[in-house]
Design a protein around this ligand. Structure first.
Ligand code: ATP
Ligand code: MG
Length: 398
């Protein structure tokens, strides 16, 4: 068992000692069995939240309404969720109500795919009610129960299927696939933030090409913000090889570069997806850098304004489109810039006012910007005296 499970065993043993059941569930079981790294450990239990809180001295109500309590142990937090069933789903997303139950099988039945419906005892014994182990071994994503009904209940599951196809490099079983094709329009009902997370994971997975293929063939893309016109471009993306993205910003930069080239459109596109302003700013800069890198005309000012981290991202995207450039070259150019930051300029506004005839006003800002550009471009050395002299000349020339 992975260390994360070993550490959590104590918690499970305590729950069992109090007369309840406890199991590892969800992605961590799936990933452990397939030998992948796990991120979060989810524990499911027959104990109700109030009962969990009586067993442990330190707990936090992280999601008490849907039955989740965090148990704190030696600085680690473990989410323990009461077995539950869901009912309602009037709006094709999230159940109207959750009901706590004492039966593990009820809880596993509500889960999306067979590979996600495995449970594991504290001693490593696996409970496999839906042949999830076989699907895990064969690399198959199969809905628990009737796909039609499961996607109708919660349309996000369709995006999750496409995401897992890429993340795990698995194939979607044919009835499950047909269920997605039939229900794709329901994706429009899902909060865009939730769809966004799945799309990001799809592009950051092991096999984005297959994930995109599912996303396009099933028609899911048509029910996502501002993607509907781009079937052909999406298919083109699926032909790219050597996928190398690792940040969600890189995903948005790739999509923006492909579909929405101009800054204003990038803003519209990303606001429709409700990304943060930080992501919008980064994306605009990265797209500009990708363009210059692919046109092999990287100006010093572009390198300066983009900054090192975003250049690394831009270069990854350029490489996807067959840019011949090497990260090392671009970063070497960046590292050779005379200054990396405004604050490294050996002059500032206050000094210009004190040491030249310049007066406060817009001209001052313009001159500072010109000095910065000149230093970045290497036409003036970054020396205080030289910069004062240049500023005086600029002021005279108006
Ligand atoms: P990841 O590796 O991304 O964490 P995960 O499978 O653990 O993948 P989570 O979103 O963390 O995904 O969900 C934990 C578990 O909860 C899933 O494995 C699945 O059993 C269940 N689950 C999550 N979302 C849904 C859903 N929309 N419908 C049904 N079951 C779900
Ligand atoms: Mg998880």
């Amino acid at each position: 068992l992975p260390v994360e499970f070993e550490r959590a065993r104590v918690i499970m043993q305590q729950i069992e000692a109090a007369g309840f059941e406890a199991y590892f569930v969800g992605g961590s079981v799936r990933d452990t069995i397939s030998g992948n790294l796990i991120h979060d450990v989810d524990i499911a239990s027959s104990a109700y939240p109030e009962e969990i809180k009586k067993i442990f001295t330190h707990t936090v109500d992280t999601g008490i309404d849907h039955g989740t309590v965090m148990v704190l142990d030696h600085g680690e937090g473990y989410e323990v969720t009461t077995f539950r069933t869901e009912s309602g789903y009037q709006d094709f997303r999230r159940p109207d109500s959750v009901t706590f139950v004492r039966s593990l099988s009820e809880d596993l039945k509500r889960r999306d795919f067979t590979i996600n419906a495995l449970a594991m005892r504290e001693n490593g014994e696996v409970i496999d009610l839906f042949n999830g182990l076989k699907d895990l071994k064969n690399g198959v994503i199969r809905a628990v129960g009737t796909p039609q009904q499961r996607f109708h209940e919660d349309a996000l599951r369709m995006m999750r299927a496409a995401r897992f196809a890429s993340q795990l490099d698995f194939k979607i079983e044919s009835k499950t696939m047909a269920g997605i094709e039939a229900n794709a329009p329901l994706l429009a009902k899902i909060a865009v933030e939730r769809t966004r997370v799945e799309l990001e994971k799809l592009f950051l997975g092991q096999n984005p090409a297959d994930g995109i293929e599912v996303f396009v063939t099933t028609g899911l893309f048509k029910y996502c913000p501002m993607l509907a016109p781009f079937e052909a471009d999406l298919r083109q993306l699926a032909t790219l090889s050597e996928w190398n993205l690792s940040l969600s910003t890189e995903v948005w930069a790739l999509l923006s570069y492909t579909f929405y080239f101009q800054n204003k459109q990038i803003g519209q596109f990303l606001r429709a997806w409700k990304t943060s302003n930080q992501v919008i700013n980064d994306t605009v800069q990265i797209v500009r850098a990708v363009t210059e890198i692919l046109e092999e005309e990287q100006s010093p000012m572009m390198l300066f304004q983009t900054g090192r981290d975003r250049l690394v991202s831009a270069n990854k995207i350029a490489l996807l489109f067959g840019g011949e450039l090497q990260t090392n070259d671009i970063l070497a150019h960046y590292d050779a810039l005379p200054i990396k930051n405004k604050s490294e300029l050996k002059i500032d506004g206050k000094q210009l006012l004190q040491e030249t005839e310049l007066q406060p006003g817009p001209q001052l800002g313009t001159i500072l910007m010109q000095l910065e550009q000149a230093v970045v471009n290497g036409t003036i050395d970054n020396q205080h005296g030289l910069l004062i002299e240049a500023a005086r000349k600029m002021a005279k020339e108006g």
